[in-house]
Design a binder for this molecule. Structure first.
Ligand code: HEC
Length: 125
């Protein structure tokens, strides 16, 4: 029911976000991987990339410009540097490495506008 509702409103969302198909702007109902991604993001990434992926003076917004999944995985595992600013790699971080795809699901739902700012819930509101 919800899935069909979301599909009707935003067909690309359902096909593009694997596992997060139940995301809905109105109800903010999202699947567990997206909620875990929110939690992991706000434990390991937010102090540089800003709350809710909005960016900060240290790191770029990940909502305005989210890399494709393969590039995202490589950047988060291996780190990224342009000479002026540096992000370390998280490949050996047990709080991040196993959950990179969950973090991506969260940021993708944010980037697609499927969920807004704040903590997404798993319950209808
Ligand atoms: C210590 C600060 C810091 C932390 C913590 C951090 N990043 Fe970064 N991140 C940066 C900076 C700075 C850049 C830009 C590097 C550059 O200019 O090449 C960046 C770049 C990126 C990019 C590439 C963005 C683009 O537009 O190319 C991604 C994706 C990314 N970070 C994801 C993450 C994720 C996910 C986490 C948490 C697991 C995280 N970062 C934690 C500072 C950080």
């Amino acid at each position: 029911m919800l899935r069909r509702l979301v599909a009707a409103r935003n067909p690309t969302l359902v096909s593009s976000v694997s596992g997060a198909a139940a995301a809905s702007k109105a109800g903010k109902i999202v699947e567990a991987n997206t909620r875990n991604g929110f939690k992991r993001y706000h434990a390991g990434c937010n102090h540089c990339h800003g709350p809710d992926g909005m960016g900060s003076t240290i790191g770029p917004s990940l909502v305005d410009r989210l890399p494709e999944i393969e590039a995202f995985r490589a950047i988060v595992r291996e780190g990224r540097s342009n000479g002026l600013s540096v992000m370390r790699g998280f490949a050996s971080d047990p709080n991040v490495a196993p959950y990179i795809d969950d973090i991506y699901a969260y940021l993708k739902a944010r980037a697609d506008g499927a969920i807004g700012r704040g903590r997404p819930t798993g319950k209808a509101q």
